[in-house]
Each structure stands twice: as C-alpha cells, then as structure tokens.
Design a protein around this ligand. Structure first.
Ligand SMILES: [Zn+2]
Length: 301
C-alpha cells in the first residue's frame, strides 16, 4: 500500500515537473512588455512584470523577490536605453542567471530596431537629463509595439525553436490587431490634429507624433527634475498665450503642480496611462491606447 502511494506521488511530481518544464519563464521590466509577451507566447509562457503600471519605470525599488524571479527566468525583456538603468542592470547581475545576461539568448532588448526620437548629440547627465540615449518611452506609439513584439518573438524562438510557428502566428495576429485598432484610434484623434498641450514629463513624444498632438512644454524643467517655480511660471504664460486646454500627467507624479497650473489658467489636468496596469481597466497593451484616447478626446472636446 505504502509503495503504491510512493509510486503515485512520484508520478504526480513527475507530471508537475514536466508541465513546469514546458513553460517558458519570462521576466519583463514593465507591464507593457509583459502584456505583449503574453500575446506572443500564449500558453507557452509564464510572465512576471517587475514595475507595476502605476510606478515610474525610471525609479523602481529593487526587491529581493525580483532577484529570485530573475534567477529562475528563461527569458528577460528590457525596454532598454536608460529607462530602467537605475535598477534593472543591478537586479540582473544579482540574479547570477547566465541564461538571461546581456548577449545571451535569453536577453531581449525591446528597443532594437526602434526609430528613436530625441537622441542627444552630446551626453550630459550632470544636468539631470535621464534620457541620455534618446527618448525611451517608445512603447507609447502602437506601431513601435509591433517592433517590440517582433523582438520578443525572436527571443522566444531563440530559446524555444520548437514553437517557432506558434510564436510567429501570434506575432502576425498581434500586428493585425494593432493595424485594425490603429484605424479606430486615428479616426478618434483626427479632429484634434495639431492641438497644443502641456505634459508633466517628456514621455509622450512617440504618442504625440503618431496621433498629431503638439506638446509645447513640460512641467519638469528637464526629464527627471521636479517642476520648479520658475518653470511653472513659464508654463502658465504659455498656457494662457496659446489657450491650452489640457495638461497631461501620469499616475506616479504628484498632482499639485498640474492642479496649480490648472487653477491659474483653466487648463484641465488629465492623468493618462503610461503603462498597462496604470488603472484597473487598462489590462492589455491595446487597452492602454483605448484608455488614453478616450480620456484625451473627452478632455479636448
Ligand atoms: Zn522618461
């Protein structure tokens, strides 16, 4: 009887190990790349995204639990440039997982092949600029989402070549869905082409370019430097002169500066989702644009 139980337990553990062995464990730095990886990887992947959707991806507190996740990962996806430079490389090094270090098959830099905007001619970090390799908020253009998906797909194929056709089919349906939704998003944004707005942080240039908005200034005097009184005075002047109706902010910034400018000028602060998970209804990469375009068009009406 006892032997039978042990045999059954052995079979059970065997099954559990087998099913786990078939799943590709992925760690992404953000929820956006998590969403895209889940779309491409389907039931072949188990994805953990480090930064929550309402956290500033430039500043994430490294936790020991992230290192454990990375130690057990088969694939690591970073948005790259200097977006996560303050926290992700040290976590990766601490994981000591050779499979996912830079240059390994299990390392995906999602920025490969992205047409970068605002690439500075001279590196000057001393002034507090945290976009030293170009603007890293490129996932906020859905067309770039297709390139991110392509990079993730290539990474998945590298470590799981037997599932190549499965991942490629999912990539195709991801691209098709972006193309389909893009028509809808562009139609909604069309009446606001050329509309001037103010933003808190310089993270909307890809979105702005694709959807025809014009961000004329930021509450932050430089990316990563909190709004200063002199910058706010300058912005108030610009809002009044150009009759600007909307100040775009993000869930991780304090609302006081945008509200102050709003009170002085009548412009409306609007908190948009910069990542999947920023708000309860933003569950996927597609929801991100549905949410932002709905919020923006309501505010600009
Ligand atoms: Zn930034």
């Amino acid at each position: 009887m006892k032997t039978k139980k042990i045999i059954l337990l052995g079979i059970f553990i065997g099954i559990v190990n087998f099913s786990k062995a078939g799943i590709i464990r992925v760690v992404t730095t953000t929820q956006d790349t998590k969403s895209i990886t889940e779309f491409i990887g389907g039931n072949k992947v188990d994805v953990f995204g480090i930064a929550t959707g309402y956290q500033n991806p430039h500043f994430v507190d490294p936790k020991p639990s992230y290192i454990i996740k990375l130690s057990n990962a088969d694939l690591f996806v970073t948005l790259g440039l200097d977006l996560e430079a303050g926290w992700s490389p040290s976590l990766l090094a601490s994981s000591k997982n050779k499979k996912i270090q830079k240059g390994s098959d299990g390392y995906v830099d999602a920025s490969v092949g992205i047409k970068l905007m605002q690439v500075p001619s001279a590196i000057n970090r001393a002034e507090g600029d945290i976009h030293i390799f170009g603007n890293p908020h490129y996932w906020l253009d859905p067309d770039n989402g297709k390139q991110i998906a392509k990079n993730i797909c290539s990474g998945l194929i590298r470590i799981s070549p037997e599932n190549k056709s499965f991942f490629e089919a999912n990539l195709k349906s991801f691209d098709d869905k972006i193309d389909l939704k893009m028509k809808e998003w562009l139609v909604k944004m069309a009446p606001y082409k050329g509309t001037q707005v103010i933003a808190y942080h310089n993270e909307w240039c890809y979105f702005e370019t694709h959807f025809g908005l014009k961000i004329i200034d930021f509450l932050e005097p430089k990316p990563g430097i909190p709004p200063s009184p002199s910058q706010l005075v300058k912005v108030i002047g610009e809002v009044n002169t150009n009759k600007i109706k909307v100040i775009i902010s993000s869930p991780y910034f304090t609302t006081s500066s945008a509200e102050m400018v709003g009170k002085q000028t009548g412009a409306k602060p609007v908190i948009l989702a910069t990542s999947v998970g920023a708000f309860d209804s933003v569950k996927t990469y597609f929801d991100l644009f549905d949410y932002n375009i709905t919020k923006l068009t309501e505010a600009l009406k």
